[in-house]
Design a protein around this ligand. Structure first.
Ligand code: C5P
Length: 288
């Protein structure tokens, strides 16, 4: 995330993520799935502006039909921090959405992580990234990763994060169809594989900066569960199947990303896909 001060305000840009690898290792008694995934944050951002406000908490959302009510992850993160710190200070957060919701890009999770980091700074709490990540895990499985950007391996239900390196910037075109997908619905359909696909080859290719090898090794176990729920995923994958150096659905969908071999190639494909009205198109790079 990118943190700046503008006058009296604190401004945080919260990045989206893609999963370059996602394998299911088992189903847990609590209903969650054990997974192993390789996260990468990308340069598509929501923006949060924190402003002084005496006693109330208010969250205003722009650019989305989502509201800032009690279920919003930003609102929940604010209440969690106030409870944990034992304070009742007010705060106003203005959230401008660019990351589509229910799209497998973890926009809501990134907003929540940005809120935890922002309030830690705003209220001088002095909490470590580890403590913030542990708090984030109470709100959602993808949140701890955002304290370890740009790239990390996550295990458990997603909350055990081990940072890794990406030696070269990666370029992507992301296609998000109008139809979103519910993470819970997708996980409900998942079949645990008898023999999991290993994360090690793609992690090692990423660490060596071998983008072609990364493209060849892209893998997401959730694709087979998502496609019957959202035919647009199959349609997009079919359309971009020959483009770039690899294509994959991100997270539990419904976005599909294409890994490109240069920023210029990404720009070109992005323009073509916009003209074809395939969905919302984002031309992005790996980023913090
Ligand atoms: O943790 P989060 O609230 O993002 O998860 C949303 C839903 O996705 C969970 O309620 C669960 O059904 C499913 N899930 C899962 N295994 C995971 C992560 C999420 O089954 N590792």
């Amino acid at each position: 995330m990118i943190v700046e001060t503008h006058g009296d305000d604190l401004v945080i840009k919260a990045p989206a993520k893609v999963n370059l690898h996602l394998e299911i290792l088992g189903k847990r008694p609590d209903g969650y799935h054990e997974l192993e995934t390789l996260f990468l944050s990308v340069s598509l951002y929501d923006t949060l502006i924190f402003k002084q406000q005496p006693a109330e908490v208010s969250v205003r959302v722009r650019g989305s039909s989502l509201d800032g009510g009690r279920d919003n992850l930003v609102t929940r993160a604010i209440h969690l921090v106030r409870q944990e710190a034992g304070i009742s200070h007010g705060i106003s957060v203005e959230l401008t959405k660019e990351i589509p919701a229910a799209a497998g890009l973890a926009g809501g999770s990134s907003d929540a992580a940005a809120t935890l980091a922002g309030l830690n700074q705003w209220w001088n709490l002095g909490w470590s990234p580890e403590r913030l990540a542990a708090l984030g895990a109470q709100l959602g499985s993808d949140i701890p990763f955002f304290f370890h950007t740009p790239t990390a391996v996550a295990r458990g239900r997603g909350e055990q994060v081990e940072p890794c390196r990406c030696k070269t910037p990666l370029d992507f075109v992301i296609v998000s169809p109008e139809e979103g997908l519910s993470t819970a619905d997708v996980y409900r359909r998942v079949v645990v594989p008898p023999k999991p696909v290993s994360i090690e080859p793609i992690r090692s290719a990423l660490e060596q900066g071998d983008r072609r090898e990364v493209g060849k090794l892209l893998f997401n176990r959730l694709e087979e569960a998502s496609v019957p729920l959202c035919p647009a995923v199959a349609k997009i994958k079919h359309r971009v199947g020959q483009d770039g150096i690899g294509q994959l659905m991100s997270g539990s969908g419904s976005s599909v990303f294409v890994l490109m071999d240069s920023p210029q190639a990404a720009e070109r494909l992005g323009k073509q896909l916009i003209a074809e009205r395939l969905g919302r198109i984002y031309v992005v790079q790996s980023s913090s």
